[in-house]
Design a protein around this ligand. Structure first.
Ligand SMILES: [Zn+2]
Length: 496
């Protein structure tokens, strides 16, 4: 469904040709037009309100953003995060347009086999082992092309000045790919300094999770707009592509669950957007401003914590035969020996143990990455049951086990009060608004929620996080990044 829609989007080259009378379209004039666009075209800002549930928008806890959207913009009431519903895969989805099966980042934590080496495909492994080791946090782990990379190539670089302003240092790490020995693909990176300081970090207070709070992060955004960011040849320019992570809503949800304090944090995050808009207006930039105000995933109170290890042990499955990598409401299970002769039988036993566990454990589903001839062949695979998750990539667990509403895994230990990661937390926030006249006036676009929110086929006009990258690129007059699977959100703009 989504591929079909994407195929109907006219290419940028065709759009330019349509907009320019053939007789006047000399190469010189075209490039002059491009230069004018660069200084007057839209300024694109992606604000990720980490862990914000779209339902809170419905309940009136983002009054400022809602007022902007109702005046000029679109709120996708049934937008979706990608699975696994966590920070790293979803920021990667927004920034590359790729789902978890091709982005390289299927979850915050996943495992790879280094066969005794310290890295695998450029990903640093937690330990040297013949079996699986946890990994996930290095620029080289991201396999899909980011919008920082696609806009840093020769010929495009002059049109786009990019900034990544991340309250969570791990995101700056993930998107700190370089385009040359000395230069990052992003023109500007900002994140707070932590124990292992990066060259682009700034000294600001850290919260208990080691992140900057939203105030300090928005301060950095405001400064980047006022002063511009350093680019080629030492010149300062205003970024026209800025990606921002605001961590406080997420931190509050993890610390206290999705209750009163979480709701208050959302109201305060709404006020941060107000600070930004106020400055844009003051600087006379509002008429060029396009904002995506989105979240990477939503948040749920952990009413139940389940140890899958305990379930396997009770079924007589030795812990030496697998590695569980916990991702909140989703566990990735990897075989210690992926080439074992009894591989399919091992996985069959694990899946049976999970799905037949007492209902009090809250196991929702257990699905194979690859077909298992000993257990339904392809019938119980991720791709067969949830094709729109696009989760069955080479780095995904051999078996993926999910929790139903209110549950989280604790393998080995999960101390937080609230969390996400399971399908019940893919109902995120997704709005597009701003002062740019090209933004359509849709207000709220309603949809039809399906089981487990696995309903993108049911709602082809709703938005997913993978749609950020191609839509942001279209605003800048560029093609989507190389590995994009998202769609350009044409309905959110006039004349697209
Ligand atoms: Zn997050």
């Amino acid at each position: 469904m989504r591929t079909l829609l994407r195929a109907t989007v006219p290419s940028i080259a065709a759009a330019v040709a349509l907009a320019t009378p053939a007789s006047a379209a000399t190469p010189l004039e075209l490039s002059a037009n491009a230069a004018v666009r660069a200084s007057t075209g839209p300024l694109v800002y992606v604000f990720v309100m980490d862990g914000a549930d779209g339902d809170q928008y419905d309940k009136g806890r983002m009054p400022f953003i809602k007022k902007l959207v109702d005046k000029r913009g679109t709120y996708y009431a049934e937008s979706r995060a990608i699975m696994v519903a966590e920070t790293n895969p979803n920021h990667t989805a927004m920034i590359t347009g790729a789902y978890a099966d091709t982005s390289g980042i299927p979850a915050n934590d996943f495992a790879m086999y280094g066969n005794g080496a310290s890295t695998a495909e450029g990903c640093p492994l937690e330990r040297r082992t013949q079996g699986p080791s946890t990994t996930g946090l290095a620029p080289a782990c991201v396999q899909a092309q980011t919008i920082f990379q696609s806009t840093s190539t020769a010929g495009v670089r002059d049109k786009v000045t990019s900034a990544g302003i991340f309250g969570k240092p791990k995101l700056a790490t993930l998107f700190a790919a370089k385009r040359s020995k000395k230069k990052y693909a992003a023109d500007y990176l900002w994140t707070p300094c932590t124990g292992s300081p990066a060259p682009y970090c700034r000294k600001v207070p850290l919260n208990s999770f080691g992140y900057a709070d939203d105030d300090a992060t928005m301060d950095a955004v405001l400064k980047s707009v006022r002063k511009g960011v350093p680019t080629e040849k030492g010149k300062r320019k205003k970024a026209n592509l800025t990606v921002v992570n605001l961590p406080t809503v997420d931190v509050t949800g993890h610390s206290y669950g999705a209750g009163k304090k979480y709701r208050k944090a959302i109201v305060r995050a709404d006020e941060q957007i107000k600070r930004f808009v106020r400055q844009q207006k003051k600087l006379d930039l509002w008429s060029r401003t396009v904002m995506f105000v989105v979240s990477d995933h939503s948040m749920a109170t952990n009413e139940r914590k389940t140890s899958l290890t305990e379930i396997f042990t009770a079924a007589g499955i030795p812990s030496s035969s697998y590695l569980i990598v916990q991702n909140g409401g989703t566990d990735f299970v990897y075989l210690s020996d992926p080439n074992a002769a009894d591989r399919n039988d091992q996985l069959r036993r694990m899946r049976q143990a999970a799905v037949s566990a007492d209902p009090s454990f809250g196991i929702d589903e257990a699905l194979y990455r690859d077909p298992n001839p000993l257990d339904g062949d392809a019938a119980n695979t991720l791709d067969a049951v949830h094709p729109d998750w696009h989760l069955a990539g080479p780095r995904t667990g051999d078996l993926v086990v999910t929790q139903s509403d209110g549950g989280a895994f604790t393998d080995p230990v999960n101390p937080v009060a609230g969390g996400h990661g399971g399908p019940n937390t893919t109902d995120n926030l997704f709005t597009i608004t701003g002062g740019w006249k090209g933004i359509a006036k849709n207000g709220t676009l309603a949809g039809q929620p399906g089981a487990r929110f696995d309903d993108t086929a049911l709602n082809p006009s709703q938005a997913e996080n993978v749609d950020v990258a191609p839509t942001a690129m279209r605003l800048l007059g560029l093609e989507p990044p190389r590995d994009n699977k998202g769609r350009v959100l044409t309905e959110a703009f006039k004349g697209w």
